[in-house]
Each structure stands twice: as structure tokens, then as C-alpha cells.
Design a protein. Structure first.
Length: 104
């Protein structure tokens, strides 16, 4: 059986923006900004140091070392990406605080 067109449920072919909400999340859901700031502030130096250490280790490893220089390079790149993500998160948090102070 099909449901009537205005039953309050979303259909897959209708856009979700501007319609009724299907989820149970709060309208103004926000994350804990202090915790995110703390995690990003700790994560930046930790992941930056890990990036540098792993890159140095990869550069100084021999051809038959274990782990291989390729594995170490991939780990260094992943730590670099995590460093950039933490920096981006701090920038987003700074912008959000400025907007809250400005009364937006």
C-alpha cells in the first residue's frame, strides 16, 4: 500500500531542504567547543611531531628496513593530514566564537 502524498514522511524524490525534519536531532545541535578546542590544541603538536619523526625515520631507513620507508611515509602523510584537520578545526572554532560574540 502506498502512503498518501502528505503523510509527513519524506519521499526519496523530494528535496529535504525546507521540508519537515525526519530525524530526532535538536534544531540547534552544537558540539562541545571547549572539548574540540582542547583536542585540536593537543593534537596539532602531537601529530606535527609524529609527522616529522616518521618522515625522518623514513628518510633514514635502509632498503631492507622493517617497517619499510613506504609504510613510514604513508604514516607520516596520515599524521600530516590529521595535523591539517586539527588546524582547520581550530580555525572553524575561532570563526564560530567571533560570530557568537558579534551576536549572529
Amino acid at each position: 500500500m502506498s502512503q498518501p502524498p502528505h503523510s509527513g514522511r519524506h519521499r526519496r524524490d523530494t528535496p529535504r531542504s525546507g521540508g519537515t525534519r525526519a530525524g530526532t536531532e535538536p534544531v540547534t545541535a552544537r558540539s562541545d567547543l571547549r572539548l574540540r578546542t582542547l583536542l585540536s590544541s593537543v593534537g596539532i603538536p602531537v601529530f606535527a611531531a609524529a609527522t616529522a619523526l616518521l618522515a625522518w625515520w623514513a628518510a633514514s631507513s635502509g632498503p631492507h628496513s622493517s617497517p619499510s620507508d613506504r609504510v613510514l611515509s604513508v604514516l607520516a602523510a596520515l599524521c600530516g593530514v590529521l595535523t591539517l584537520a586539527a588546524v582547520a578545526d581550530l580555525l572553524v572554532l575561532r570563526r564560530r566564537r567571533r560570530q557568537e560574540r558579534a551576536g549572529r
